[in-house]
Design a protein around this ligand. Structure first.
Ligand code: SF4
Length: 214
């Protein structure tokens, strides 16, 4: 289906008469509702960006929502621990499409100063589809606003006939990792993990199964 509409010559200079997708993107980008959600020190800058001095209300983003059901943008603003990541993915899955993810700061993007700590994951993009990365430790409110602008640009360039949320088939949910032993387990690999646990020890590490004594 084409999203082109016919514009009469006398209206061609009118900025409001343009391609349907551009109107669609223009309307959506100025009505993003971020989720009220913070993880660590970066969340202070997230709050500063929304307050009076930087005032993200200028782009229709002044209301952070307390429920994932009412939000379409999640800003991962801080250190992502192994204990927290199953909750973050669950919250993401509870948001309705279309939805967007910003990875804010060094911790959310790669573990930051805590990289390879026993309890920290090395980047939220191992679990969620990140749309925009904002660098810094912490990023300034101006940096976060630049990230918002990048999300706006992405939304503006989306086309109605390409976006997945109008497709007949549901969009698959992000797999929620499980906290098992000292590490996270991807539930998509559960059958393989179970098979390895049940296998004799030597087979599980790639060797021949031990022979039982006669
Ligand atoms: S990136 Fe820096 S400021 Fe942000 S949560 Fe990590 S340590 Fe804190």
């Amino acid at each position: 289906m084409s999203d082109e509409i016919t514009v009469p010559d006398e209206l061609k200079g009118n900025v409001f008469i343009t391609k349907l997708s551009e109107l669609y993107g223009w309307g959506r980008k100025y009505s993003l509702w971020p989720m009220f959600f913070g993880l660590a020190c970066c969340a202070i800058e997230f709050m500063a960006a929304a307050a009076a001095r930087f005032d993200t209300g200028r782009w229709g983003m002044d209301l952070a929502r307390a429920s994932p059901r009412q939000a379409d943008l999640i800003v991962i603003s801080g250190t992502v621990t192994k204990k927290m990541v199953p909750k973050i993915v669950t919250l993401y899955n509870q948001m309705a499409e279309p939805k967007y993810v910003i990875s804010m700061g060094a911790c959310a993007t790669g573990g930051g100063p805590f990289k390879e700590g026993y309890n920290v994951v090395s980047g939220i993009d191992q679990f969620l589809p990140v749309d925009v990365y904002v660098p810094g430790c912490p990023p300034t409110p101006e940096g976060l606003i630049a990230g918002y602008m990048a999300v706006h640009e992405k939304i503006q360039n989306e086309r109605i006939n390409d976006v997945p949320w109008y497709e007949k088939d549901p969009i698959p949910k992000a797999p929620v990792p499980l906290l098992g032993g000292p590490d996270l387990i991807d539930p998509r690999h559960m059958d393989e993990i179970r098979a390895r646990v049940r296998a004799p020890q030597s087979a599980a590490v790639g060797g021949e199964p031990e022979k039982e004594d006669a």
